[in-house]
Design a protein around this ligand. Structure first.
Ligand code: PRP
Ligand code: URA
Length: 224
């Protein structure tokens, strides 16, 4: 898929206006390590956290700040703060859980909700099994996190649940995305920007991303 340069830190695709591919060299390096099939479970989890932290830095780069008075050891001055309580991270279970520590290292006051979705292996349709989001939803900026955006069924369903519950401002954060999933998000939720560290080529017949990194949940939790 053809890409045009963004402002140097991002790549934009004319056909996918909802997509922001972050180009930071450290992100590209860490995603390369994550893809390797000989990366151990321990290193895989550490990389997912580090990538999640770097992605969260980009996803929150336009957040509003508030002026506050601050006492330095020498005088009083004015500083700026982000109200972390107004940010809610929503990992999609299970694999999204792997991204939580990394994001909370960057924004410790962020609230965390959970959405449980399991992709049916035959139909590739998401089946929901858990939904718990901190209230109130209207004022919060939601960041939905999942390492993989494949068909986009899980991400789209998660965003639909949030919107139905009253969420107004939602962003999606994925490590590896397939064009099919980004297109599905554009069709279903054009108002939700998708931040990703890598836009891969395509899905295979089983719905796995190529070249991808395999099954993110299994690699994080040691299941098969
Ligand atoms: C994986 C992944 C996403 C979903 C992506 O989860 O973590 O949630 O698949 O696929 P989609 O875009 O086609 O919906 P999975 O359903 O395998 O569950 P898991 O996280 O429990 O392993
Ligand atoms: N879910 C994964 O974990 N990996 C893929 O490649 C697609 C969906």
């Amino acid at each position: 898929m053809s890409a045009t340069a963004g402002d140097g830190m991002f790549t934009r695709h004319p056909e996918l206006p909802n997509l922001i591919v972050t180009r930071h060299p450290l992100l590209r390096h860490k995603v390369t390590l994550l893809r390797r099939q000989d990366t151990s479970k321990k290193i895989f989890k550490e990389l997912v956290d580090e990538i999640a932290m770097l992605l969260a830095y980009e996803v929150t780069s336009d957040l509003g700040t508030e002026s506050v008075s601050v006492e330095t050891p020498l005088e009083t001055t004015t500083g700026e703060i982000v109200r972390g309580q107004q940010l809610t991270l929503v990992p999609i279970l299970r694999a999204g859980l792997g991204m939580v520590d990394g994001v909370l290292n960057l924004i410790p006051t962020m609230r965390v909700g959970h959405i449980g979705l399991q992709r049916d292996h035959d139909t590739l349709e998401p089946i929901d099994y858990y939904f718990k989001i901190p209230l109130p939803l209207e004022e919060s900026v939601f960041i939905v996190a999942d390492p993989m955006l494949a068909t986009g069924g899980s991400a789209s369903a998660a965003v639909s649940y949030l919107k139905k519950s009253g969420a107004r401002t939602i962003r999606m954060m994925c490590i590896v995305s397939a064009p099919e999933g980004v297109r599905r998000m554009l069709e279903d939720h054009p108002d939700v920007p998708v931040y990703t560290a890598a836009l891969d080529r395509e899905l295979n017949g089983l719905g796995y991303i190529l070249p991808g990194l395999g099954d993110a949940g299994d690699r994080l939790f040691g299941t098969e």
